[in-house]
Design a protein around this ligand. Sequence first.
Ligand SMILES: [Mn+2]
Length: 413
Amino acid sequence: MGFQFIHTADLHLDCPFSGIGDSSIALKLIESTFKAFDRIIDLAIENRVAFLLIAGDIYDAKDKSLKAQLRFQKGMQRLEAAKVDVYVVYGNHDPANGWTAGLDIPSNVHLFGHGKPKSLTILKDGVHIASICGWSYPKEEVQENVASQFAPDPKAPYNIALLHCNCGSSVEYENYAPCTPTELLGAGFDYWALGHIHKRSVISDKNPWIVYPGNPQGINPKETGTKGGYLVDVGDDGATRLEFLETDYVRWHAEDIPMANISRTEEFMGLIHSRIDALRLRNDKSTVVRFTLVDHTPLHSELAREGSLQGIIEDLRSEERGEPNIVWVEAIIDKTKPVIDLEERRKANDITGDFLRLLDEYRNSTSKREDLMKDLNALFLDRRGKRWIDPLGDATLLEWLEQVETVGMDYLI
Ligand SMILES: [Mn+2]
């Protein structure tokens, strides 16, 4: 018998967005995780799904905020009234050993425990249509492979696994409950409903499906683009089809601005205004944007003046007052370079030549770069820092050498 469900994960309700100040966009961001959650509830009701799956990290913090718990309870009550069941596991952000308020959670909500992974039987009109095997995090740091303890229900016509895990050792995320796509493919399930990786990806697009829906709302500048969840349709014959449902309330976006032919601030402001207008039109919701300025440009030294970019950012932000759909410039990253002949300078017998040749030594020597990396890794491998800064790899280091060249030459010239 066919049925439908929605698969979501990583709601991070009440993510604080600290660092964005008390601007108009801050109010929207603070509300954004709740709005995206409400949208999921609406979509579950509109689509009359049999159940909703939440694959961990409902809450942003281990000691769950009371505001988040109250909003979650309201969403669950709406689903209860619409006769939609909910299956939930906790992840590393909301493990079972965190604080939970004494609130009544309606009986349509089924929370998996953290003992042995266990299967629940799903009935539709008295017929067994599927079984769901799930497991919650007892504590934040789960190093063991949990997926290997999951077993399908031999009597179920369709088997779903619900787990918060790092499948395929993604380096941008904590390597909790690590497992490989290969072992999930061979485990006997029809659909792996995963959470933890905030970027959506369908690792396997046929039985067994292996799916990360991504988070329904981006929560930092790295989490760009459309965000949402999956509506999953299981046909009478067990054939599975996915439809992506957009749910984000505020869109994070990043784009490069080519600066090669820009020689006056006036032209630059015209260009950046046209980009902002295009984003407002395209997204039809508020957007937080990070612009990166690239290329050799005559405007380079003007942009590099102390406070110039901050001044532009503040001016652009002030123009957003009263806009229903705000385009908030989070940052303008200057990667422009001066229009100078570096090859000539490299040969010169002066301090700029020495400087450029020293940089070349690092560019051309892996071992020199490895020494440099050893000194910096204490910061980059720090557990708390990893969420906000990319891991330091050789590619990053090479990129930095480019920036050092530009900034260094600005000073020296
Ligand atoms: Mn998460």
